[in-house]
Design a protein around this ligand. Structure first.
Ligand SMILES: NC(=O)c1ccc[n+]([C@@H]2O[C@H](COP(=O)([O-])OP(=O)(O)OC[C@H]3O[C@@H](n4cnc5c(N)ncnc54)[C@H](O)[C@@H]3O)[C@@H](O)[C@H]2O)c1
Length: 346
């Protein structure tokens, strides 16, 4: 699959490194408003001075959209209209309506639209998902998920906490990953109750969000997204069943699975550490873990474009839209003090 990259910033550069390592996908074209930045990534790829030229290029089969989110919709729709597949970075867009229009455009064109929820590919996350799906921890009861970082000091540009661009704060930023991971593990929530707080940074977007989600079959999830995690970037997710639990933690990456023969019965505890990932990150930074996840995600993208299942982990447009809908449901719930019901996905 030949990718044209739009947006050669921090994540675009990591995407380009992953494409260099990919066996299924390659980088053939790059565009950024900052020409020097785009050219620095282009190496064997062609620099295009406009998005139109990149999207129309016969050497581009799929467009990788890694700009700030306010441009995602127009670029994804343009890609679909040109018959090109698209992979859009998270959050898919600032509003559910924009996400819906992106999905409609891809559907009308018969093109693939996926969203960059690469944490689905983190090894510890696979352990949790597999423990739930295999029935290893019994009947699923509830999930706890948390994502936090230190907030404004982490951001390199004001758009990263601009309501008009992001549609929200912590929940649309790092929190969107755990919203997606909870859906990926529990299934789709239909009830949302939440609180969005603005007590730390004094912004019009939240620096802390807490939410309770409930799926149609009664599994509950608590979610917390934070921009005041003074210990530094981390996320974790724990799934509890009637015969055990599974936990994924990052960073550093580790996973735990506890299995029991009956509720409260004798336990076997499996702990998984990833020393190779810890050493690799010490030498090549956290980006090296993300590159590995991107490489697997690209394989799934190429498989999906060919009508194949791949690993089945890739997040589709509907997943991206649902994560944005859930974040907005939390904001509505926080404003009104009421629970928000989401219509089941078609
Ligand atoms: N998957 C992840 O884990 C992850 C992590 C961080 C950020 N992101 C997402 O990736 C996207 C990019 O974030 P970033 O941190 O790389 O931002 P960045 O500011 O480092 O890079 C954005 C780039 O887009 C370019 N750009 C802006 N508007 C453009 C336009 N209209 N056309 C072409 N180029 C344009 C800028 O010049 C810049 O080079 C965002 O949606 C962000 O939320 C994803």
């Amino acid at each position: 699959m030949k990718f044209g990259l739009i947006g050669a910033g921090a994540i675009g550069a990591i995407r380009a490194s992953a494409l260099e390592r990919s066996k299924s996908c390659s980088l053939t074209a790059v565009h950024d408003l900052d020409e020097a930045r785009a050219r620095s990534l282009a190496s064997s790829a062609t620099f295009h001075p406009t998005v139109e030229a990149l999207i129309e290029s016969p050497d581009v089969e799929a467009v990788l959209i890694s700009t700030p989110p306010q441009f995602h919709e127009a670029l994804a729709v343009a890609a679909a209209k040109a018959g090109k597949h698209a992979l859009v970075e998270k959050p898919m867009a600032a509003t559910p309506d924009a996400c819906e229009r992106m999905i409609k455009a891809a559907k009308a064109a018969g093109t693939l639209l996926t969203v960059g929820y690469n944490q689905r590919y983190f090894p510890a996350l696979k352990v949790v998902r597999d423990a739930v799906m295999s029935g290893d921890i019994g009947r699923l009861s509830h999930v706890r998920a948390y994502a936090g970082h230190g907030g404004l000091g982490e951001f390199k540009a004001p758009w990263m906490y601009d309501h008009a661009v992001m549609g929200g704060g912590a929940l649309m930023d790092n929190g969107t990953h755990i919203v997606d991971l909870v859906r990926y593990i529990v299934g789709d929530p239909t009830e949302v109750f939440g609180q969005a707080l603005h007590r730390v940074w004094g912004l019009d977007v939240e620096d802390e969000a807490m939410a309770l989600l409930k799926s149609e079959d009664g599994v509950a999830a608590s979610i917390e997204a934070s921009w005041d995690e003074w210990k530094g970037y981390r996320f974790h997710i724990e799934a509890y069943g009637d015969r055990g639990m599974a936990k994924a933690y990052y960073a550093p990456m580790f996973a735990t699975v506890i299995r029991m023969d009956k509720p409260g019965g004798s336990k076997s505890v499996e702990r998984k550490f990833y020393p190779e990932s810890i050493i690799r990150e010490k030498i090549r930074g956290w980006q090296s873990t993300v590159i590995q996840a991107f490489v697997e995600e690209f394989d799934d993208f190429a498989a999906a474009a060919a009508g194949q299942q791949g690993s089945g982990r890739i997040a589709m447009g509907a997943d991206g839209m649902r994560a944005v809908q859930i974040a907005h449901a939390v904001y509505d719930s926080s404003r009104t003090g009421s629970q928000v019901k989401l219509a089941p996905l078609p």
